[in-house]
Design a protein around this ligand. Sequence first.
Ligand code: SF4
Length: 689
Amino acid sequence: MSFSQTTTTCPYCGTGCSLNLIVQDGKVTGTAPYYRSPVNEGRICPKGTYCHQFIHSPDRLRKPLIRRGDIFYEADWDAALNLVAKEFSSFKPDEIAVLSSARTSNEDNYLAMKFARGVLKTRHIDHCARLCHSATMTGLSLAFGGSAMTNSIPDIGEADCIFCLGSNTFEQHPLVGRQIIRARTRGARLIYADPRHTATAIQADLFIQFYRGSDVLLLNSIMGEIIRNGWEDQQFIKERTANYEALRKVVLQKRYEPEVAGNLCGVDPDLIKTTAEWIGTAERCTILYAMGITQQNTGVDNVKSIANLMMLTGNIGRPGTGVNALRGQNNVQGACDVGCIPTQYPGYTRVTDGSAHRNLARQWGFPDGICEPKDGYDISTLFEHLKADTHEIKAMYLIGENPLVSEPDLVSVQEGIKNLEFLVVQDIFFTETCQHADVVLPAACWAEKEGTQTNTERRVQRIRQAVLPPGEAKPDSEILSLLATRMGYGDQFPYRQARDVFNEICTVIPQYRGMTWELVGRPEGVCWPCPEPGHPGTPVLYHNRFFTPDGKGAFLPVDWKEPSDLPDNKYPFRLTTGRIIWHWHAGSMTRRCKNLNDEVNEGYLEIHPEDAAKLKIRTGDMIKVSFRRGGLVCKARVVRDIKKGMTFMPFHFIERATSCQTDSSDSLCRMSEYKVAAVKIEKYTGELA
Ligand code: SF4
């Protein structure tokens, strides 16, 4: 019997914990702690503990599949790649779109982006960050000139005051939650704002149970109170920021006084006043947020308000402070860094910047150039075009993306996908979207390949191969290189191993320039920017200046706007969605992990006891949840933890709200409004309107 351990990084949330995979006779049989990473110091959450259980699932894809009529036939790689190469070559560049994935490595994402822009010469490359943190990218870029988390995960433990909103950190990012505990052990205060009394609320010193969708109201009210009491950091404002007077003017309006705003947010004004005092008088305050903030049609406004609050109180650029947007998926940060965004090249240069365009074209050396220097379409726009059947987008290459589960308004996505002339899906399982593919390519999962991923705190870390892929499955990078070679671009895809791709990434992205394969292989990895060899990396951003052209942070005052889908007589409840500790995103991996699935294996809706009593609903009853654009049936859970008038559904299950929520989105970043919807709740009688 052979036995070994492979140190790697967890494939789930953006925390990026390190762990060991235990390998016996070529199979991963368990996980074991790895103590040397500063991110998690040997601890992992339940998802990390059982992350090995989906690797050897019997339903992993093992061979390429080609559709003929309604039937998929197994094919060899030559036949599948030749078909894809031939079909892709038959479309004009901008008739093809590529979607890569925040679940796969930097190397896979970089090559997907290079394949799109260099081989296919299309402008249309995007990935699922659009649906989690595009509001952060837009809002923080405008305020700070950069959109990443400002401080490191261990640094959170140094704060004196932690303000957490729109993030159930102890369930979504449990090992970030550990740093909150560390800070509280040192005497720090935790303020938590959420409509639900979650696992994070249990730890809080002050809990603000407010209505989702009133975030700007709450934040403006806190800022007004800070200014009225003279708790703002005048030196920081004077030396490091611009546009302060405009902020003052907005947040000091009558409508944001705690008594007025508190009423609209559904909270006691005294809680707003205490929050203002704790944040305004703390030596080091950090703010943590996640998709509760971003997944709204005012997501960018919410993010701007958070940046305003931290600049107002001088909580930027020092240990224990900062604006810390907790990324949901393991490699959202990396997929953005390497340029899988329709408006930005690797390293966040604008695609419309002529010199960035020329540089990239020169570095890559495609003899016939690369895509046009114009913005491409984001995921939402792509599906709008597909649904409208404009014939603008005719082919799609989906790498690790399952839009038939992850996109809002699934009926429209389904209609749109049917309008494609050619669809290639590359994944580890036969997902819902594969049903509509012309070719399905089997990919290796994270435990079957080498590479790097960049966690939420900009830390680049290694993933390492523990076992061989099943059947004939291959790493995404290898598939992309084979395809590029078949399409005549072998010279531009000469990679023999993941390390070669990483070395190229370091030459293309200024923030990665000083990194080496060996450096990111150390237990602590490297936090970017690491601009030159020998640089130690940068755990805290904006120490002296922001990334804006004048080096100053910009106050971006915003007025509160109501969510687009508010309750009325017909749909009287507010619904919000989120994650639970046992599962991750659409559940394609965690639902295949027995220990996790045994904990919770179906969707449900949480409702307050007083609301449930009026509707004669008890825990376990089947209920009908009606939206303005559809409905679903699930079980009820009657819980005191949720605010009266609000309801909650986890989004990991087939009974999920995203399938019929509104099609409203943020006008700046196109983030869909997953977190606020008006619903009607009834006992299920067998009919679904
Ligand atoms: Fe994995 Fe996130 Fe859990 Fe860490 S906190 S073990 S990265 S799921």
